[in-house]
Design a protein around this ligand. Structure first.
Ligand SMILES: *Cc1c(COP(=O)(O)O)cnc(C)c1O
Length: 368
């Protein structure tokens, strides 16, 4: 019996009637670009988050790119972001000609360490991107306090945190700008690439809407050069169906996390993921730390457990960032975490028996 890291087939099996009807309607009305599905999804997602408006875009990466653009980030500026995240968080900064300033993470939550943020800021720093990694919110209030005091914009990377809450408020509704990914494997995932971006300021949102559609003012007039970063109608149709299930799916992910915690709490060497007192975790990933990680990872795969590693190579040590001149040892917490983490299978449909098997296999993998 194989247990995959995520199981999108199991999910489709439960919702195919709703999905097929929504896609059929989009095809019959041929509303492939823009149209009622996109408008409705934007309104429903904004309502879900409790924000005035949301914009559907082509991916989480394009959403981050638009957010940084409207924040005015350009060549010569610096942007602080965690060294422990996916490269989409940083590549948009670099591609705007701005300088990336990597920052250390908090060892318990795997998210940006506010104390390290304060030290990373220079007179050229213009923005900070906290990442709500694995579905656990970053410690937003101290980050926002530092940002306000030092005159920085805050842009949330909420790509892994659909539905997560920080002190009762949804991730993506905390800062004045935020980006979501709807990559298929995310907690709210499309059937292809898709993303969303939030701006509390209506002018910034409308500028992003225009930029995402070739800088259009209307059909034939372009206010500025833009991009084709639009969300398509079929993806919006899928996302509307899946948004209705998101809270239930997140609750099922939390139930699976409890099953893991019950079985692994007393296993020597295994460090379970923490949940801060102010956080509601949505377990996009269930990440444990183990000794001798690479051997344990190989053993799990030999026994059919589709574990993952998110992410084994910290950004500051990536070949893409060799020119920033970082060395091993620059971010010790990030590096230690990167060498010890394993993502165990988690998805709403995972069964207690499957969790049992993952845990039994993990225990055996640790002793040998
Ligand atoms: C998935 C992800 C992104 C990028 O989203 P895409 O939709 O794949 O472009 C950005 N940041 C983080 C933390 C992610 O996990």
């Amino acid at each position: 019996m194989q247990i995959p890291l995520i199981d999108l087939k199991a999910q489709y099996g439960r919702i195919h009637d709703e999905i097929d009807a929504a896609m059929r309607e989009t095809m019959e009305t041929t509303t492939f670009i823009g149209g009622p599905q996109v408008d409705a999804f934007e309104a429903e997602f904004a309502r879900y988050l409790g924000v005035p408006h949301a914009l559907g875009v082509s991916s989480g990466t394009s959403g981050l790119h638009l957010a940084l653009l409207v924040a005015g980030i350009a060549a010569g500026d610096e942007v602080v972001l965690p060294a422990h995240t996916f490269i989409a968080t940083s590549e948009v900064v670099g591609r705007l000609g701005a300088r990336i300033r990597f920052c250390e993470i908090d060892e318990a939550t795997f998210t940006l360490d506010p104390a390290a943020l304060e030290k990373a800021i220079t007179p050229r720093t213009r923005a900070v991107i906290p990442v709500h990694l694995y579905g656990h919110p970053a410690d937003f209030d101290p980050i926002a306090e530092i940002a306000a005091r030092r005159g920085l914009r805050v842009i949330e990377d909420a790509a892994q945190a659909h539905g997560a809450r920080y002190r009762g408020n949804r991730c993506g509704a905390l800062a004045s700008l935020a980006a979501f990914s709807f990559y298929p494997g995310k907690n709210l995932g499309a059937y292809g690439d898709a993303g969303g971006v939030i701006a509390t300021d209506a002018t910034e949102l409308e500028r992003m809407r225009s930029l995402s559609n070739h800088g259009r003012l209307d059909k034939h007039r372009h206010r500025e050069e833009g991009f084709n970063y639009r969300l398509d109608g079929l993806q919006a149709a899928v996302l509307r169906v899946k948004l209705r299930h998101l809270d239930e799916w997140n609750a099922q992910r939390r139930r699976a996390a409890r099953w893991y915690a019950e079985r692994l709490a007393a296993v020597p060497g295994v460090v379970l993921p923490a949940t801060a007192s102010w956080a509601e975790h949505v377990y996009h990933l269930f990440v444990v730390r183990v000794p001798d990680r690479d051997r344990v990872f190989a053993r799990l795969h030999e026994h059919g457990i589709g574990a993952g590693i998110h992410y084994p190579v910290p950004l500051h040590l990536q070949p893409a960032y060799a020119d920033l001149g970082h060395r091993q040892g620059d971010f010790p917490v990030t590096e230690r975490v990167a060498s010890e983490i394993i993502s165990l299978p988690i998805y709403p449909e995972i069964t207690e028996e499957q969790v049992d098997r993952v845990c039994a296999t993990l225990r055996e993998s640790l002793v040998r």
